[in-house]
Design a protein around this ligand. Sequence first.
Ligand SMILES: Nc1nc2c(ncn2[C@@H]2O[C@H](COP(=O)(O)OP(=O)(O)OP(=O)(O)O)[C@@H](O)[C@H]2O)c(=O)[nH]1
Ligand SMILES: [Mg+2]
Length: 339
Amino acid sequence: MEEQPAQEQKQQDAAKPGPGGQELFGYVGIEAVLDQIRIKTIKTGIEFNIMVVGQSGLGKSTMVNTLFKSKVSRKPLSYEDRIPKTVQLRSVTHAIEEKGVKMKLTVTDTPGFGDQINNENCWEPIIKYINEQYEHYLREEILINRKRRIPDTRIHGCVYFVPPTGHWLRPLDLEFMRRLSKIVNVVPVIAKADTLTLEERAEFKQRIKKDLKAHGIIVYPQEDFDEDPDDRLLNDKIREKIPFAVVGADKEHQVNGKKVLGRKTKWGIVEVENSAHCEFPMLRDLLIRSHLQDLKDITHNAHYESYRTRRLNESNMVGKSGTEWVPLSPFNGEPESHL
Ligand SMILES: Nc1nc2c(ncn2[C@@H]2O[C@H](COP(=O)(O)OP(=O)(O)OP(=O)(O)O)[C@@H](O)[C@H]2O)c(=O)[nH]1
Ligand SMILES: [Mg+2]
């Protein structure tokens, strides 16, 4: 709102006669649209949804708490001393407001796989959940009287936890990420990075990158979606750092008189928000700050779009003439039919 008088001033200045007495021309004032977008965003708020996926015990639930306890939200979470093993998909939502901008941040925690002798198809409930959110959106979107704003529960970013083995990616991780990356933005991270030395982290990172490339798995930020050379330059830097080596903790400790989130060990405290200790701050900044809108745009324009096209085609929604509408076939939740 503060910009309004400045905007008016600019328009008045532009309309004033120039030094030679003639009107300054060429000023259209299209930048006013920026204020309109800003005001609209403030009014409507932002919905942003993240999901954490990976093997059991890699610290997914801890990371959800870390994210909310770190500088993302100032509201204290109810404290759980020991985080129990997650047994079902669970979403935590926090409303965050900063400088008048409202954000509804939802993180979906998933139970980890790996306990069963046979982990075949362990991705099914996750893929089904992601597709269900697309389906909800689609069903709202094709209504004749649709809502002005469709509630958005679609997953905009999926953080995949890779175990800190220091070797290569396991076939299960490759298969899971291959399937996920086709339907959602996947951000891989090296879990429990405090268990690796700095050299091991760096080497493991390179191996994971090579492995992903060799198997044709495209994670976020996807090169194909870079919009211009500036975008490419920025994203290249991020691609270099991915997978981020993260550490999660939900306990606060006193360090030099300041409270920090960290893991206390015999040798000192691993601070999760200190970028000299781990790359959690990079992950948080990518998701919540620098790339939030990009993650939403790619979800809507690429992932949701291909889901929508597939569903409408398989339902024969668009009749032979291309204009008549027939009912959408039932959603069978079969993940494979959408891959
Ligand atoms: N060393 C280390 N331990 C961690 C880290 N993050 C979590 N842990 C510990 O690992 C254990 C398992 O953490 P959880 O967050 O419950 O793991 P999860 O991935 O949610 O497990 P499931 O719910 O079974 O899928 C807990 O004892 C955590 O304190 C980390 O970054 N480093
Ligand atoms: Mg858990």
